[in-house]
Design a protein around this ligand. Sequence first.
Ligand code: 13P
Length: 238
Amino acid sequence: MIVAANFKTNHTRETAAIYLDALELFLDTSFIDCDIRVYPPLTALLRADLYSHVKLGAQNFYPVVSGAYTGEIGSHQLGEFGIKNVLIGHSERRVTLKETQDLIAQKYAFAKENGWEIIYCIGEPKDVREQGISAVLEYLWSEFDGIDMDYERLSVAYEPIWAIGTGVSAKIKDIDEISNILKSKLGNTPLLYGGSVNSENLSSIISLSSCDGVLVGNAALDVANFCKLIQIAQNVKK
Ligand code: 13P
């Protein structure tokens, strides 16, 4: 079971360090066998080897080692922190930052060449959801263009855009329907759900047979709350 926290543009270097210390302490003193990942902002990255229970990852990178790419960071910079774990294709980067499928596929290929662990995000906007399941699936499949779905260090996160940061998670039966279809294509690749996951809905989401974990934004920003989510995930018997 993967329980991952995406900080997005929240926390500073100082508060992220306090958060991670508290999280390590919790994991050190609890019997948790979930795969715990945290994606702080790039300015708050810390050395990944400082943490033995948490995998630290990067929310973003540019698919180069180094060079003239003002404002970006490449594998040289991530390497300094020992980061081998990245998010790719998040809807906020696709929609707000205008990342194209072509750039996303380049980032994916680069991450794969480096042997990094990838959480690859997909998810449909509200107007597509309103057109029904075939439109949703067509949209989601298009987000796999240029993506090697057989990469062994891949997890996929299904995050319907209309459920992100809105406090309105998708209905359990809808998550179940889409997850079953995605999983039939993904085989053994872990499938996560994201979009307004919280301590109330987490247990029913991860009890779904096709759900292998969650990618959490808002509800993971407070470390005590994230620890609570981890404990709930741990308690679900699958
Ligand atoms: P929220 O949990 O805040 O809806 O964010 C989900 C998300 O985008 C995680 O990547």
